[in-house]
Design a protein around this ligand. Structure first.
Ligand code: FAD
Length: 396
């Protein structure tokens, strides 16, 4: 009899952790993890923090050594892209013109960076930040006296700004929207974060649009639509990501800003599951479909997807949670602050807590900025309160 096999497409955070979880939960059959990057699966958060500060090398970000995969009977295929899925025959077709059978398939294809769509984006010294190579390139350009322009005041842009200042660069951050981290923070919390950056010397500009990057071979200036220009030695952009759904879409799976799944992370084909940044799942807690782009989600969905590939029937319904580190500050966000109608502010020692409360007085999100020692335990309590329906009585 032929051995049954599970194939995972996407050897990133969620894919690697799902492979580990499958073995942990007792899967003894074939297990193949396929990724189009050439390096072993790695953790992305340190790339925009410790690696830029020279506290860690990008090689040290790997989750497991290459030998670990072999020791656990996981066929790790790197530098190979899955080009299509033949659902009828239960096979994935690789770009290198060969194919593999699957009995169950997990799609963990993550996100792809939005491009910087302005003239000059291809000049030397213009960087994105998602991979170890990007992090090494950015780290090399952050040294004393360098003039760095960061495009996008999202979490990655602000982390780069913080690292650049710590490394002695002068830094401008350009943001088209009216505030920092507009999608994920209430404005009071965003303003406090912006004030911290300004206090440390970052020049933040809101409501500005980049017209072009100027330079002969290497970038030398950023031209704004207003006509103003900023001289620079390096540009780092973080203008969002989009889910990598092409493979799923071409295979005829239901896709809608992410691969659509039910609460079991099962796609519209019961043999195929999805997890991580690419997965848009039905959340019972929020009564809507959610797609989350954060570390905790990649980690937790990997475990749930692995269990459900084995038929455990576990519903995924976590309260969203993410963190960022900028300077000596920890930022943590739980729930969905955007669902709040008002923000209540509480002080925790030297840290601030921002509670996002809806019109019915229910807590929908909480954001905290300050010391990790002061905020970690209260944020855990608030996460539990949100999982239980949203009463934040101890804090309101
Ligand atoms: P990925 O890790 O992107 O993995 C997907 C993989 O699939 C990629 O390797 C991709 O190349 C591969 N792939 C896609 N299509 C194919 C195909 N057809 N064939 C083969 N391979 C394919 N989150 C936080 O909560 N806190 C943080 O501080 C934080 N910091 C971050 C810093 C950086 C620089 C970045 C980039 C992200 C950060 N995140 C953070 C977000 C977090 O890292 C992501 O949410 C997480 O990596 C998502 O995991 P994933 O497995 O879904 O996707």
């Amino acid at each position: 009899m032929k051995q049954e096999s599970i194939v995972i497409v996407g050897a990133g955070h969620s894919g690697a952790k799902a492979a580990a979880a499958l073995r942990k939960h007792g899967w003894m059959g074939g297990l193949t993890l396929i990724g189009d990057e050439s390096c072993v699966p790695y953790d992305r958060p340190p790339l925009s923090k410790a690696v830029l500060l020279g506290k860690k090398t990008s090689e040290q970000c790997a989750f497991f050594s290459r030998a670990w995969y072999a020791d656990n009977g996981i066929d790790l295929i790197l530098g190979e892209s899955v080009a299509s899925i033949d659902r009828g025959r239960g096979r994935v077709m690789l770009k290198g013109n060969w194919d593999l059978p699957y009995h169950r398939l997990l799609l963990a294809t993550g996100s792809v960076l939005n491009p910087l769509a302005v003239p000059g984006a291809g000049l030397q010294g213009v960087h994105a930040l998602r991979t170890p190579q990007h992090a090494d390139d950015v780290a090399r350009s952050l040294h004393t006296g360098q003039r760095v322009v960061v495009i996008g005041a999202g979490v990655i842009g602000l982390e780069v700004a913080a690292a650049a200042v710590e490394r002695g660069c002068s830094v401008h951050v350009l943001e088209a929207g009216p505030s920092a981290m507009g999608r994920s923070l209430p404005s009071l919390a965003a303003n406090a974060l912006v004030a911290e950056h300004r206090r440390r010397g970052v020049d933040l500009h809101f409501g500005v649009r980049v017209a072009a990057l100027l330079g002969d071979e290497a970038v030398a200036a950023v031209q704004l639509e207003s006509g103003e220009s900023l001289d620079c030695d390096a540009v780092v952009y973080g203008v969002g990501v989009r889910p990598r759904t092409e493979l799923a879409q071409a295979a005829g799976l239901l896709v809608d800003d992410g691969i659509r799944t039910n609460g079991l992370l099962e796609t519209s084909d019961s043999r195929i599951f999805a997890c991580g940044d690419v997965c848009r799942y039905d959340s019972g807690l929020y009564g809507r479909a959610l797609r989350l782009e954060n570390w905790r989600n990649a980690e937790d969905q990997a475990d749930t997807a692995a269990r459900n590939l084995l038929g455990h029937g576990k519903v995924f319904d976590e309260v969203p949670w993410f963190w960022s580190n900028q300077y000596d500050l920890a930022l943590q966000v739980v729930g969905l602050p955007a669902l709040g109608a008002a923000t209540e502010v509480r002080t925790l020692g030297a840290s601030q807590l921002y509670l996002s409360v809806d019109a019915d007085g229910l807590l929908r999100g909480a954001s905290a900025l300050g010391s990790v020692r002061e905020i970690a335990a209260p944020m855990k309590t608030l996460k539990k309160a949100m999982a239980a329906g949203g009463s934040a009585a101890p804090f309101l």
